[in-house]
Design a protein around this ligand. Structure first.
Ligand code: BG6
Ligand code: MG
Length: 217
């Protein structure tokens, strides 16, 4: 019986995945390299520290511990500049209505995001009151694809993993959901998000009712 929805934030609810991509590219270019949009799929859902490690590996740059810390700070400053003007208008197609419908239907709602900026982004979108629990990059030790963020989300809602549906746009996040024992809706294509139970381009392409019916079978 599905009783809870666990949402990723960046790329599922709000169009911030593109800002993470832009800020990370700037980092890569500073290191004398670059990376492709296909490689960026491997960064989605991945924590700030693990993302930077991957980018350093891709560029082949050698970086001291101090330089690593400085790049982490700089990337976040660039990201914060890009999201400064973010508002409810930046919700991905149908996301705000989907959340409101789920809330009105009595489905428990939690956030399961790798981002330490997640609470600030939810506030900018005016969405914080819709969430019964918020688990983000500040609350976990193990980043996605480890299931910790979603297991903590389910526990915070007082639910078992099998009572929850995860909404994810990242490969790492889909793996986290499936390892955690949840059903998973991929926001993206079956080619990119292998392993998700069902795929949609955006939350607006489905409804809470449709998904609850589907996963309760
Ligand atoms: C995830 C994004 O939600 O959060 C990643 O998909 C990002 O791109 C990660 O790197 C960490 O975010 P932050 O805001 O803590 O740097
Ligand atoms: Mg995401």
């Amino acid at each position: 019986m599905i009783k809870g929805f666990l949402f990723d934030l960046d790329g599922v609810i709000v169009d911030t995945a593109v800002f993470h991509f832009q800020a990370w590219r700037r980092c890569a270019q500073k290191l004398g390299g670059d990376f492709t949009e296909a490689q960026n799929e491997e960064l989605k859902g991945v924590s700030r520290v693990d993302s930077l490690k991957k980018i350093i590996e891709w560029t082949g740059a050698s970086v001291t511990a101090d330089e690593f810390e400085a790049l982490m700070v700089e990337k976040n400053e660039w990201y914060l500049e890009l999201v400064q003007e973010l508002s409810a208008a930046d919700g991905l197609p149908g996301a705000m209505a989907f959340l409101q419908q789920a809330h009105a239907r009595g489905i428990k709602i939690a956030l399961g995001s790798a981002s330490k900026n997640a609470p600030m982004i939810l506030d900018k979108m005016g969405l914080t009151p819709l969430f019964d629990a918020i688990i983000d990059g500040n609350n976990v030790i193990n980043g996605k694809p480890h299931p910790e963020v979603f297991l903590k989300g389910a526990a915070a809602l007082g639910l078992n993993p099998e009572e929850c549906v995860v909404f994810e746009d990242s490969i790492a996040g889909v793996q986290a959901a499936k390892t955690g024992g949840m059903s998973c809706v991929g926001i993206g294509t079956p080619e990119t998000l292998e392993g998700a139970d069902v795929h949609f381009t955006a939350l607006g392409d489905t409804t809470p009712e449709e998904l609850v019916a589907r996963f309760n079978v």
